[in-house]
Design a protein around this ligand. Structure first.
Ligand SMILES: Cc1cc2nc3c(=O)[nH]c(=O)nc-3n(C[C@H](O)[C@H](O)[C@H](O)COP(=O)(O)O)c2cc1C
Ligand code: SF4
Length: 398
């Protein structure tokens, strides 16, 4: 099953493995890809996953989460075009999708403006006006056009992990204007931006999809029943998924949590291994709601079965076991790997060809997250000497 192709919109993913977006903060000072960026994506192209997401790219350097975040704009288009071209020269098969974001309240205050949709409690954070939100919407439209122009197969309109588009969806967003309060108002930004995007690109084979956090795990977060509530209630996320489909989008990538606040929800580790089961359930819930392909997240922790799940037979708790089981049972259409794609960019190829003993399995040690949180270039600090050294230096500084 994992080897079987699947149509996504008018295109086809050649297998069911997805390299999730992984921001690695290695652009130059203007957000162009650097040799480190090219090296990472050339390797991923060689790895041959059905879909390769290019990491979270900002369309504005005025507000951005990472000092050296990749930017998608007219001035970086040449570099992005080269990136896509080089990846295709290595392997023409993977679908290459750009994740486009606005970092909102998670923009870095040391180098950019922190902005939010509803008050954060910090008076330094600029509360966006209605007009500014509309301008941000235009930014997404422009960025999508550039993605198309440089040869990407499509985009992921990022709504996950607490960044601006995720923030706007929350019950806690009680803005009194047309972007806050009711579910209708909180999803207006998505709907209106999508309408503009569709108008701008025309309806051809260019793919439009979206990744969102189905349950954020904070009071009033998306996936709770009200501004002050914390319990998981999927009514709104499921309505939203249906809306995403009805708007004509081609896929949904299901994630959960906010890395800055609830990292264990986003990334299962030995602290709470069963977190992976919640990801399975979340993807299944969306699958039951829509007919467009659904991508699941959080699979890196499973490895070859050497994990802390409470099942004594390692063969029944490995990545391959759960990927095949969930795919066969129709609980998900594609399985996404994040950290595992850093640990071993050739993971997909090795899994698909049965060379399991050659895989460098992610240990879920968190080293790459430390690099990202420290605003350094990101890569696997276990298997790659370069990033190992960057992490060592950070630890010596502490
Ligand atoms: C270093 C790092 C960078 C990440 N960058 C992104 C990103 O750019 N966009 C995104 O949606 N998720 C990002 N994530 C989250 C991953 O895509 C993924 O959802 C998460 O790691 C859980 O999946 P896994 O268990 O397969 O790693 C990042 C995670 C890490 C550790
Ligand atoms: S640094 Fe650790 S968590 Fe990150 S990819 Fe490498 S092994 Fe996995």
């Amino acid at each position: 099953m994992i080897r079987s192709p699947i149509p996504i919109g008018k295109k086809v993913a050649s297998n069911r493995i997805v390299n999730q977006p992984m921001e690695c903060n290695d652009g130059d000072s203007c957000g162009n890809p650097t040799e480190l960026t090219f090296k990472r994506y050339r390797k991923l192209a060689e790895g041959g996953a059905g879909i390769i997401f290019i990491e979270s790219m900002t369309f504005t350097y005025k507000s951005r989460a990472r000092k050296n975040q990749l930017k998608i704009s007219e001035d970086t288009a040449k570099g992005l075009e080269k990136l896509v071209r080089e990846m295709r020269e290595i392997n023409p098969h993977p679908l290459i999708l750009f994740q486009i974001t606005h970092s909102g309240r998670y923009s870095g205050s040391d180098f950019s403006n922190v902005v939010s949709v509803y008050p954060t409690g910090d008076p330094q954070v600029h509360l966006l006006t209605e007009k500014e939100i509309e301008e941000i919407s235009q930014g997404f439209v422009k960025a999508t056009l550039i993605a198309k122009q440089v040869g990407a197969d499509g985009i992921d309109f990022k709504h996950c992990h607490g960044y601006l588009c995720g923030e706007i969806l929350r019950p806690a967003n009680r803005r009194p204007d047309r972007f806050g309060g009711s579910f209708e108002n909180r999803t207006r930004f998505f709907r209106e931006t999508m309408e503009q995007i569709k108008k701008a690109i025309g309806r051809d084979s260019f793919l439009l999809g979206l990744r969102f956090s189905i349950y954020e795990g904070i009071p009033g977060g998306f996936g709770t029943p009200g501004p002050e509530e914390v319990e998981e209630d999927l009514s709104e996320p499921l309505r939203f998924a249906k809306m995403v489909e009805e708007t004509g989008m081609d896929f949904i990538n299901v994630s959960a949590g906010i890395p800055a606040i609830t990292p264990e929800i986003v990334r299962p580790t030995k602290k709470y291994p069963e977190g992976i089961y919640r990801h399975f359930g979340w993807a299944k819930a969306i699958k039951q709601m829509v007919r467009i392909p659904v991508i699941g997240s959080g699979y890196s922790y499973l490895r070859d079965g050497k994990n802390d799940l409470k099942e004594s037979d390692p063969s029944k708790k490995s990545f391959l076991y759960w990927a095949e089981k969930n795919l066969k049972e129709g609980k998900v259409d594609l399985v996404g790997i994040g950290r595992q794609s850093l640990a071993d960019p050739l993971f997909a190829r090795k899994i698909l060809s049965g060379n399991l003993d050659q895989i460098n399995y992610c240990t879920a040690c968190g080293g790459c997250s430390v690099l990202l949180g420290s605003q350094k270039e990101v890569g696997c600090a276990v298997y790659d000497e370069y990033y190992k050294e960057v992490l060592r230096k950070i630890k010596n500084e502490i």
